[in-house]
Write a protein that binds this ligand. Structure first.
Ligand SMILES: Cc1ncc(COP(=O)(O)O)c(C=O)c1O
Length: 394
């Protein structure tokens, strides 16, 4: 039987993508320990996960999730505003607010949904969003959904962000939007300057701290903690439990007025079933562990510094000065894929990151270190990468 024309169109599009080296397919991972993973039948060093503290395999999280399921069931049954708000959600939100030192917090099913909900509720038609050019896709989608006027500033340029905010019409809601740590470059946003720019222009500063929560700052509170800044009321923090916190779920932490607006207006909060008890219980356990196990964060930063040093010795130029996200810039998508495959043949898994995840011509490998790793893993990774890079002529 012939295939419908619509499916042929999809096949043609896919073929064009493949030609450009941009085809994507799902690779199934076998068992993982946070350090090792089974890929295509072999055991490899895992350098492609955001499980920065190795908490996704921590028995305390697994136990908390299992006990919550056994005690409260596997589903919450309805959206938060109907009958889905359970005591575990309320406890978790109290705990998030305490952790982030804010007046209030709200739990979402994922970080992506938190970003959509926060930005599209706070800003609408007639409002202005000033957004860093390298912000995560979920913030970009959130801007589109808001229908506000979106002004993009060059990566990290505070003066330009301030100028764009100052140009917004009087009376408009102004949002200044940035990742706390940029997911594909690994650098921190210049938060002291951005917060000043937000203050001077009566704007809210929205920080997506997905890659900073649990990782950055002396207490692991995130990017503000790193800069020694208090979370003042004009700061709206967004985060996720899916990375350093080893589980799943997003959150907003900020002023009471923001939480009230979201409960009343965030469609990605209102029109979806509340996250199950297991997810909330694991999230709560993860927040506790960030406080109880500071040694994980210390180890993560030590290992990251070691890998960075070893890579620099091998002649690699790094895009950011510190932290567990270490991009190796390649350029063309096909070459980045070849480098990733070469690395995999040498027992290290860190696949290529290509457009549209990163800008055209900046395809790369994104190495991500975890506290689940050991020193010897950093040596293995640097050696394997140097060999694979020579093989592809990098
Ligand atoms: C910067 C950033 N924000 C938000 C998200 C979305 O978080 P989640 O995976 O919880 O949906 C991600 C990654 O997935 C991210 O990298």
């Amino acid at each position: 039987m012939s295939r419908p024309a619509a499916l042929n169109i999809l096949s043609q599009r896919a073929a064009r993508h493949e030609e450009l080296g941009l085809g994507r397919s799902l690779r199934s991972m076998g068992q993982t320990s946070g350090r090792w993973v089974e890929v295509t039948g072999g055991k490899c060093l895992l350098l492609a996960s955001n499980d920065y503290l190795g908490l996704s395999t921590h028995p305390r999280l697994a136990r908390a999730a299992a006990e919550a399921s056994l005690g409260c069931g596997t589903g919450s049954g309805a959206s938060r505003l109907i009958s889905g708000t359970l005591q575990c959600h309320v406890d978790l939100e109290d705990s998030i607010a305490q952790f982030k030192e804010t007046e209030s917090a709200l739990f979402f099913a994922t970080g992506y949904m938190a970003n959509l909900g926060v930005v599209a509720t706070l800003a609408g038609p007639g409002d202005v969003i000033v957004s860093d050019e390298l912000n995560h896709a979920s913030l970009i989608d959130a801007c589109r959904l808001s229908k506000a006027e979106v002004k993009i500033y060059p990566h990290g340029e505070v003066a330009e962000a301030a100028r764009l905010l100052a140009g917004a019409p009087a009376g408009a809601m102004k949002l200044l939007l940035t990742d706390g740590v940029f997911s594909m470059d690994g650098d921190l946003a210049p938060l002291p300057g951005l917060r000043e720019a937000a203050r001077e222009n009566q704007a809210l500063l929205v920080i997506d701290d997905a890659h900073a929560t649990g990782v950055w700052g002396p207490r692991g509170r995130g990017s503000l903690d790193h800069f020694g800044l208090e979370p003042t009321p004009e700061v709206v923090m967004i985060g996720t439990f899916s990375k350093a916190l080893g589980g799943l779920g997003g959150f907003m932490a900020g002023a009471r007025e923001v939480t009230r607006s979201l409960v009343n207006g965030a469609r990605s909060f209102i029109y979806t079933t509340a996250p199950p008890p297991a997810q909330a219980a694991a999230a709560l356990a993860a927040l506790e562990l960030v406080d109880q196990l500071p040694q994980l964060r210390e180890k993560l930063h030590e290992l990251s510094a070691l890998l960075r040093e070893l890579l620099q010795e091998q002649g690699f130029k790094l895009l950011s000065p510190a932290g567990p996200i270490i991009p190796i810039l390649v350029g063309p998508a096909n070459k980045a894929v070849a480098l990733g495959e070469g690395l995999l043949r040498r027992g290290v898994f860190a696949p290529a990151i290509r457009p549209p995840t990163v800008p055209e011509g900046t395809s790369r490998l994104r190495l991500a270190v975890s506290a689940a790793h050991e020193e010897e893993d950093m040596h293995l990774a640097a050696g394997a990468l140097a060999e694979a890079a020579r093989e592809v002529g990098l």
